[in-house]
Write a protein that binds this ligand. Sequence first.
Ligand SMILES: Cc1cc2nc3c(=O)[nH]c(=O)nc-3n(C[C@H](O)[C@H](O)[C@H](O)COP(=O)(O)OP(=O)(O)OC[C@H]3O[C@@H](n4cnc5c(N)ncnc54)[C@H](O)[C@@H]3O)c2cc1C
Length: 329
Amino acid sequence: MTDMNAETVVLGDLADGRLSGATAELIALGRKLGGPVAVAFAGVGLESAASEALAAGADKAYLLNSPVLAELQTDALVAAFEQLCKHSSPAVVLVAKTPMGRDVGPRLATRLGVGLAQDCVDLRRDSSGTLIATRPVYGGNALAALAFSDARPSIVVVRGKVYPPLAPDPARKGEIVRFEPKLDPSAVKARTVQFVRREAAGVRLEDAAVVVSGGRGLGGPEPFGMLKELAGLLDGAVGASRAACDAGWIDHSYQVGLTGKTITPNVYITVGISGASQHMAGCSGAKNIVAINKDANANIFKEARYGVVGDWKKVLPSFIEAVRELVKS
Ligand SMILES: Cc1cc2nc3c(=O)[nH]c(=O)nc-3n(C[C@H](O)[C@H](O)[C@H](O)COP(=O)(O)OP(=O)(O)OC[C@H]3O[C@@H](n4cnc5c(N)ncnc54)[C@H](O)[C@@H]3O)c2cc1C
């Protein structure tokens, strides 16, 4: 029997010390499920993130403080969240599909002996209140609906950019609860030796309103220069198919798709991309797809709102010129 008053706990993630976009999305999802929503932050100096979480729609923020959590190592995080779950007995734990979430979620489920659904793109309650998670399977060609056993909590790892965050309301009030897990420093088997920040110019791929992606049809790394030029004119970001990344033409951090990034731009321009289901799994939330491909039968044209059947070498330069003129005027 589902207890609708039991909490949904979101495992909070920070970005530069602030509430991450992924966590704000999960708070919005928690509200949609009904019942109180709490966010659990682990580490040190978490007060401002807690206030941001309340403004983003949470009813409560748990602050898990311990010097052992300072480096946010998985071993320490799993132990801390395990103790919190045993203490607060949430109905649902929501985890973002981030490097942290993918690491912590399954280990937490194993420790608690409960079920976990990975890579979910939807989560809802059916008419009886049962939680149903949906995840793509068979390379994005089918969707599986998963129900959980009664073991509490149900742990759900959710893809990014599926639920829009709520508009922050700084006047929203909520509870801040300090929780001090008992952590054994010797249980932390890994150490962070160095953080290396990737220098990124322009808009982040995941946040861009316009994305211009290139695939195997580009034939090499050089044409990505033209894609960057077009993306720059449109204040957008560059992406790529896995084939282009695997060929070493562009770094894997640009990959869009099932095993790459999920994006939801207003306009997604693809150049020399066939539109394989694994690629589309990462961009099906794009509002308008524009395809340039020389094969009229390419799958991408089934998904695209606008398309040009032609060689990108002929199409792209005049397309860029037309955009340049338009943005000038
Ligand atoms: C488990 C798994 C996970 C995967 N994850 C991902 C993922 O996250 N992201 C991803 O992208 N793929 C992923 N893939 C790979 C995916 O199946 C495809 O192989 C890949 O997306 C193909 O990339 P592509 O469209 O660039 O290349 P292709 O399929 O080779 O298509 C190239 C296209 O370029 C066109 N073309 C060629 N020359 C020109 C020209 N001069 N002008 C215009 N058009 C031209 C061709 O007509 C063709 O349609 C995954 C596969 C598996 C099995």
